[in-house]
Design a binder for this molecule. Structure first.
Ligand code: TPP
Ligand code: DXP
Ligand code: MG
Length: 636
């Protein structure tokens, strides 16, 4: 039987690709698209972006030798074809699984991966650094950054373009323009690129200028005639890519990003151009799989799905924490017209789609620009609005100074809806929200809360509107659980709650959604005649000193469970409090170790780091029955 991947099976390295004739490469492109859809439909991952870069990646690996030439993939979610062509096709069924290949470039994974990515807009900076290092070493290889139109909206990208244009280093920036970020791309740059794509830049501006001049009473007509004569300078100023040319780049494009032969021709010629070159390629996100072409946003990041219908294999009607946040924000927006919502190019992922539809004037998608988003929110707050910036924990890391300098220092009422706090799973090291408690806790004026479930998340969002300062609310990726709450306490600043109280043996303090498994553990301990108390801190900051001291004094063993790094986490803060009150008891931190956590499904990772129910229960029981008890923070 003829294999579906007759050509692809011959490709075990880029040298095998270079041996193909161009008509064979076109057939190979079709096989790669079939392989991508088939494989990602089983594993999940980033599909549409990779379908859009098949010919581009083939051309790159035809023209360059990536054992010597260096390619940096911005975000890196579109590097699957690169991985398939560089010795990882056979492991592709392990994509993003624990101990499988990563969904992003990883230097540890292959000599063809020259820079790890995952967060957007870093590629041009990294490539310029690599080009500068090359020149200092008197080497001569090529350095290429592949950046999408979405990633180009990130401030870092402009910082790098600015520097590269002036430094005149030999490097190539390939702008992969598919008019999409995760959702529709936004911003003036995106409009500019679209004008280039549709070649209306010059005619649009010429018309605007003439209209403007003719408006000038009296002299307008003669000036218009002068301007007519000067049209060359207008034309020059608005020819495609002039923005990049003015920054010091040689602009090439726009070219068809699906025409392999044209791409090879352009790349070959650009290899020898001195100074920085920007090649503007136009591609279609999702190309070759009609459902992804029609819905590139829905097929940006997918769970395993049925190829014929595009429907997820395991569909659930469960409500996610992001849904709860978005729904609550719509409620708040109905009642308070000062409520505004901000996203940095992640409206769907952060649950803001409904708010955007309901309050288009009070919804802002700033592009992949978290730093700008935070200070933009501060500006809105200074004008009397109540901004909610919904952002993944890991991406908020990029805007740390803006949180301190522009929001908290001025004590402005901005609320950070910190989604994906804790382990996110398959995206791995670059995407886990492992550090937000550690990096936010030292900031004065900032209130930090962690709801135990979806109900409390809703209450906490509403609570922030009664506050006048900045608040950070952290919650995880995934289904919003509901924990029966015996006390049903209202939210009081700086106050936690007792979720389970059965005795003085074990005190567990669980941060946020960790309360769900902590409650199960307490009940199982009871069956083993070990009497536990469970506290839900609710407030990471201000910490509930009275509650902690009161219960710490009474209990023999103290455990803090948090899906945050141990260092700078809540557990360390509790230990500090006990020491301050001269309560010399050890606080056992059930936290993330001082390591970057690899990719894999969340349950596997929690088990690996001793944070799942069974592991934890056993450890506490061992502790009580005298078996040696390692401090739970794992150091491998
Ligand atoms: C700092 C940061 N913010 C947000 C994201 C989430 N994110 C991943 S891909 C993406 C859109 C990228 O669009 P583009 O660069 O055009 O690539 P395409 O998927 O269109 O190929 C976003 C917003 C991220 N990876 N990094
Ligand atoms: C590549 C990227 O950064 C995003 O697509 C991210 O993978 C989305 O994560 P979620 O799947 O948690 O929304
Ligand atoms: Mg794009």
């Amino acid at each position: 039987m003829i294999s579906m991947y007759r050509l692809l099976e011959q490709i075990n390295s880029p040298d095998d690709l270079k041996a193909l004739k161009s008509h064979e490469v076109k057939l190979l492109a079709e096989e790669i698209r079939r392989f991508l859809v088939d494989s990602v439909s089983k594993t999940g991952g980033h599909l549409a972006s990779n379908l859009g870069v098949v010919e581009l990646t083939l051309a790159l690996h035809t023209v360059f030798d990536t054992l010597n030439d260096k390619i940096v993939w911005d975000v890196g979610h579109q590097s699957y074809v690169h991985k398939i062509l560089t010795d990882r096709r056979k492991q592709f069924h392990t994509l993003r699984q624990y101990k499988g290949i990563s969904g992003f470039p990883k230097r540890y994974e292959s000599p063809h991966d020259h820079f790890d990515t995952g967060h957007s807009s870093t590629s041009i900076s990294a490539a310029l650094g690599m080009a500068s290092g090359r020149d200092l070493n008197n080497e001569r290889h090529s350095v290429v950054a592949v950046i999408g139109d979405g990633a180009l909206t990130g401030g870092m990208a402009f910082e790098a373009l600015n520097h590269a244009g002036q430094s005149k280093k030999n490097m190539i920036v390939i702008l992969n323009d598919n008019e999409m970020s995760i959702s529709e791309n936004v911003g003036g740059l995106s409009n500019y690129l679209n004008r280039i794509r549709t070649n209306t830049v010059y005619s649009k501006v010429k018309g605007d200028v003439e209209h403007l001049i003719n408006q000038i009473p009296g002299i307008g007509k003669s000036v218009a005639r002068t301007a007519e004569k000067a049209k060359d300078c207008i034309k020059y100023f608005f020819v495609p890519g002039i923005l990049f040319e003015e920054l010091g780049f040689k602009y090439i494009g726009p070219i068809d990003g699906h025409n392999y032969n044209e791409l090879c021709k352009v790349l070959k010629s650009c290899k020898n151009i001195s100074g920085p070159v920007l090649i503007h390629v136009m591609t279609k996100k999702g190309k070759g799989y009609s459902l992804a072409e029609k819905h590139p946003d829905k097929f940006h990041g997918v769970n395993p799905f049925k190829i014929d219908t595009g429907k997820p294999i395991s569909s659930s009607n469960s409500i996610s924490y992001s849904d709860v946040a978005g729904n609550t924000l719509v409620q708040c927006g109905e009642e308070n017209n000062k409520v505004v919502a901000i996203t940095a190019a992640m409206p769907a992922g952060t649950g803001l789609t409904d708010f955007a539809k309901r309050f288009p004037k009070r919804f802002f998608d700033v592009g992949i620009a978290e730093q700008h988003a935070v200070t933009f929110a501060a500006g809105l707050a200074a004008e009397g609005y109540r901004p909610f910036f919904a952002v993944y924990s890991t991406f908020l890391q990029r805007a740390y100074d803006q949180v301190i300098h522009d929001v908290c220092l001025q004590n402005l009422p901005v609320t950070f809806l910190i989604d994906r706090a804790g382990l996110v799973g398959n995206d791995g090291e670059t995407h886990h929200g492992s550090f937000d408690i550690s990096f936010l806790s030292p900031i004065p004026n900032l209130t930090i809360v962690a709801p135990k479930d979806g109900v409390e998340l809703e209450e906490m969002i509403k609570y922030t509107l009664q506050q006048n300062g900045p608040v950070a609310i952290r919650y995880p990726r995934g289904t919003a659980v509901t924990i029966e709450d015996p006390t049903k306490n209202e939210i009081v600043k700086g106050k936690g709650e007792v979720l389970y109280g059965a005795g003085n043996d074990v005190l567990i303090m669980a941060v946020g959604h960790m309360n769900s498994s902590a409650l199960t553990i307490c009940k199982k301990l009871e069956e083993k005649n070990i009497h536990a108390t469970l506290l839900n801190p609710r407030f990471i900051k201000p910490i509930d000193e009275d509650m902690i001291i009161k219960y710490a004094k009474k209990h023999k063993r103290i455990y803090v469970m948090e899906d945050n790094a141990y260092i700078g986490g809540y557990g360390v803060q509790v230990q500090g409090l006990l020491n301050k009150h001269k309560i010399f008891k050890e606080v056992h931190g059930i936290s993330l170790p001082d390591e970057f956590i690899e990719h894999g499904d969340v349950n596997t990772l929690y088990k690996l780091y001793g944070m799942d129910e069974d592991e934890l229960l056993q450890k506490i029981v061992d502790d009580f029955t005298g078996k040696s008890f390692k401090n739970i923070v794992i150091t491998r």
